[in-house]
Unconditional design. Sequence first.
Length: 258
Amino acid sequence: MSAPRLRTLAVDVIPPLLIVGLLVAAWESLPSFGVNNRVIPPPSLVLATLADKAGVYADNLMTTLSEMVIGFALGLVVGLAVAFATVYSSIGRRVIAPFVVTSQTIPVIALAPLLVILFGVGIEPRAIIVTLGVFFPIALNTAAGLRSADREIVNLLKSFGADRRAIFRSVELPSALPYIFTGVQIGVTYSVIGAVVAEWVGSGEGLGKLMLLRQSALGIELSYGAVVLTAIVALVLFGTVLLIRRRVMPWETRDAGG
């Protein structure tokens, strides 16, 4: 790796690590200032609980990941379909768009009990809640990206006899890709939030359910451990999408001087 590349990597990585280190150190020192461990356990205690209860966390993590994967996949498909329908179909703009906007005025937490009544306490209502949170940012960003294509270039291609498929492949899709990935990055974060909220309402398992544990002697540590693990999952998923984005669109990094 070249020296400029190493310097850029150091600038990108070292400051965030230092900030995280300082925050963890401050958190660890809270008992020295009289903060009760039973209210805010230090990181060392949370990590010890994560290690000691690894099996419990693993089982609940798989449940949450299943909800997220199913809900995100459905949200991605629905979001892209809605975007294409509203951009390329006048009927879609008139019929689908109002329903999409209206759907976002209803809090997902309010729909969760109704979905549990309709579908039971299985994975279905939780996956639907995740889907509802994921599809909107993907649909909104994808539609904006498809509309951002340079109309002069589109008209030029049409004048040369290019068909709709060629225009989409050469102009509209490249213009939309940054928007699509932005929507996916937001959506993958929402998938974590949606899964946790869904588990609060209608589940006996999952990381969201662990966050609600207060009864046992290790209840508070289990809760904090679930929060930490959820944050790690969200960061890993966001980072994975970011890496895929850089692979698919390497010119973004070059344009930014990275």
